[in-house]
Design a protein. Sequence first.
Length: 392
Amino acid sequence: MQKVASLPLPSADALGASTALSTVIADAIKAAGGWIGFDRFMSLALYAPRLGYYSGGAAKFGRDAGDGSDFITAPELSPFFARTLARQFAPLIGMNLPQVMEFGAGTGRLAADLLLALETEGALPDTYRIVELSGELRARQQQTLAERAPHLASRVTWLDTLPDRFEGVIVGNEVLDAMPVSLFARIGGKWYERGVSHDGNGFAYQDRVMESSAVPAVLKNFPGDHDVVTETHAEAEGFTRAVAAMLSRGAAFFIDYGFPAAEYYHPQRVGGTLMCHYRHHAHPDPFLYPGLQDITAHVNFTGIAEAAVDAGLTVAGFASQARFLMNAGITELMMSLDPSDARAFLPQANAVQKLLSEAEMGELFKVIALTRDLDDALPLAGFARGDRTFAL
Ligand SMILES: C[S@@+](CC[C@H](N)C(=O)[O-])C[C@H]1O[C@@H](n2cnc3c(N)ncnc32)[C@H](O)[C@@H]1O
C-alpha cells in the first residue's frame, strides 16, 4: 500500500481495514479481466459494504486532523447555513408541501438544524426523510438528532429505496460530488478511458483506447487538441433523473462545488477536478489508503440541469452559494447575534465568512434549484439577484 511521508499515518486497525478493502477491489479487477473503469474503483473505495470510506468507520466530518476527520462541510461549519436554507424552504413548505427529503445526510447536523430552524419559522414539515447509503452514518444521524433536536426526532425516517412519488422539498449538500465519476484522457488527439489495474505494487491508472463512437458526447466538444484528463458524471446525472421521476410537485436544492460545462470542459482545465481528502490534506492520489480517504470530483451543473430538464423539471435557479445565502437572508439572521458578545459572535461570524467568501466556499460552491409544478413560487428568493441559469 502506498504511503506519503508528509501525511498522518493511519492506526493499525484502520490500515487493516484499508488492506481488506484493497483486496476486495483487487479481486474485482481480477474478475473483470485485469481492468475496471475509474467509476467502479471509486464506487468500491467509497461505498463497498462495511469497508468503503462512507460505509466504514472513518471519522470523515470534523474541524481538523486532530479529531481524525478529513474535511468539513457547510452544515458542520455553522448552523446559519441550515437557518438560511430554512428561510428559503419555509414558504415552499407553506404551499401545501409539508415534507422534506434529504439525500446523504452526513452526521445529521443539517437535518437537526433545519428542523429546529423550520420550527422557529413556523413551518415544521410533517415528515423529514433521509436517504443515506451508509449504515454507519445513519446511526450517527440518529444520535445527532437525539442530541440536538430530541423533540423533533420522531419526524425523521430513513428510506432504503425511493418512493414512486414525492411532493415536497428535497435537499442534498455535497452529495453529487460524492458520486462515482469516469475518467478520460485525451493524449495526442485520441481519447482513452482511464481505468484502474492492479499488480504486486498496488493500484495504477491504465488507459484504454476508445472507439470514437464510444467517446461521451460532452468530451467530443472539448476545445483544442492538447492533452487533457477530465471526468464525466453518468451516476450523478442518473441520480438526477431518478429524483426527477419521483418529484411529482415541489423543489430540489443541490449545493456543491462545480461549474457549468463551459467552465468544466475549458481548454485551460487540463487536469480535471478529481481530488482526495485525507485528514484535511487535499491531494490528487485516489490510490492512497483505499477506504480511509474521501474521493470527489467537481459537479458539471450543466449535466445536472440537462438531466433534470429532460425529465420535465424546471431549473428555477443557479447561483453561487454566497449569492444564494445572501439573497435568502443570512445577513439578517446574523443580526440576531449580539456583536458585543465577542465570545459568541466571533466564531459564528468567522464561520459565515467562510460560507460567503469568494476565496473559500462562496464562489466555488453553487446552489441549483429544480422544480416541478411550482410556478406560483417562482422566482425563488435565493435567486432574486445573481441568478446564473443562463450560464448552464
Ligand atoms: C461529502 S458527504 C456530505 C454529507 C452531508 N450532506 C454534509 O454536508 O455534511 C456525501 C454524502 O453523500 C452520500 N451519498 C452519496 N451518494 C448518495 C446517493 N446516491 N444517495 C444518498 N446519499 C448518497 C454519502 O453517503 C455521504 O453521506
